[in-house]
Design a protein around this ligand. Structure first.
Ligand code: SAM
Length: 276
């Protein structure tokens, strides 16, 4: 099957009188070369379950079906796009399932039917980070993730200690996944163009995921909540006894959050969980 045989996305949008709704973070990729490149970045998905959030007019959806996703479960909040997506069910030989609703409320375990599903999406800007945190916490249903974010968010996910971009999101994402920035996509590639560029991040499960992401969230919220302060002061919102906790974790109480690596945050969170 070849998506080039389908009516173009631009023609489809025009035929249905559809326009982008900024409130829903709608910036579309209408060029199949780009959506195919995103599908390729996800590796071999032929015959594998995939979840895509926010298919919109279906550019990435077409590329994922072409690459053989089976089933491809798409979750779209904006019902205006259903008439553009529905013809893809027959075109894909029934591999596409369309769910209309808010992805933040989706029960992915049920949607994936007990199987592990890859997540591949060009995410809406306004809910990209909460969706990522939801998926990082996910249990057995979640496979590898290949996700498009605003470039700044992508840089915050892959950031290393000592950089300005390093913060909560890097520590949380890297606690569960190996995170790699694959490529950037300029703003002009989207219709309508957003103000800033976007980037694809690939997140694959790490061999030693940190088990208690909620505890890590609490610790990183306190540590980076006042990132310029020394940790002994910044962590006071977490515990009045920050100094012994830091010493137990082998961290200098005068250190700052941005200097602490993944292993350090794991030790600190372990120390806090034991004490709490
Ligand atoms: N995948 C399409 C593409 O690449 O052209 C559209 C991407 S657009 C950046 C984001 C899409 O997510 C829009 O179609 C929007 O309606 C949808 N969306 C926004 N918030 C959502 C939510 N909470 N749950 C599901 N879909 C959502």
């Amino acid at each position: 099957m070849n998506a080039d045989d389908l009516p173009t996305l631009r023609d489809e949008l025009e035929a249905h009188g559809l326009w982008a709704n900024k409130g829903l973070g709608q910036h579309f990729l209408l060029d199949l070369n780009i959506t195919r490149r995103i599908a390729r970045a996800a590796g071999d998905i032929a015959g594998k379950p995939v979840i895509e959030v926010g298919p919109g007019p279906g550019g990435l959806t077409r590329a994922l079906l072409e690459a053989g996703a089976d089933p491809l479960i798409v979750i779209e909040k904006d019902e205006r796009f259903l008439p553009l997506l529905e013809p893809l069910i027959e075109w894909s030989g029934g591999r596409l399932r369309i769910v209309q609703g808010d992805a933040l409320d989706a029960d992915e375990t049920a949607l994936a039917g007990g199987k592990r599903a890859a997540v591949i999406s060009n995410l809406p800007y306004n809910v990209g980070t909460p969706l990522l945190v939801k998926w990082l916490k996910a249990d057995a249903w979640r496979g590898d993730m290949t996700l498009m974010f605003q470039k700044e968010v992508a840089q915050r996910i892959v950031a290393k200690p000592g950089s300005d971009a390093y913060g909560r999101l890097a520590v949380l994402a890297q606690a569960r996944c190996e995170c790699r920035l694959e490529f950037t996509v300029p703003a002009r590639a989207f219709t309508p163009p957003p103000k800033i560029a976007s980037a694809i991040v690939r997140l694959t499960d790490r061999a030693d995921p940190y088990p208690d992401l909620s505890a890590l969230e609490r610790v990183t919220a306190a540590a980076f909540g006042q990132r310029r302060k020394m940790l002994r002061a910044a962590l006071r919102s977490l515990t009045p006894d920050a100094e012994p906790l830091l010493r137990a974790a082998g961290i200098e109480p005068t250190a700052r959050a941005e200097e602490i690596d993944q292993a350090g945050f794991r030790r600190l969170t372990d120390a806090w969980r034991t004490k709490a």
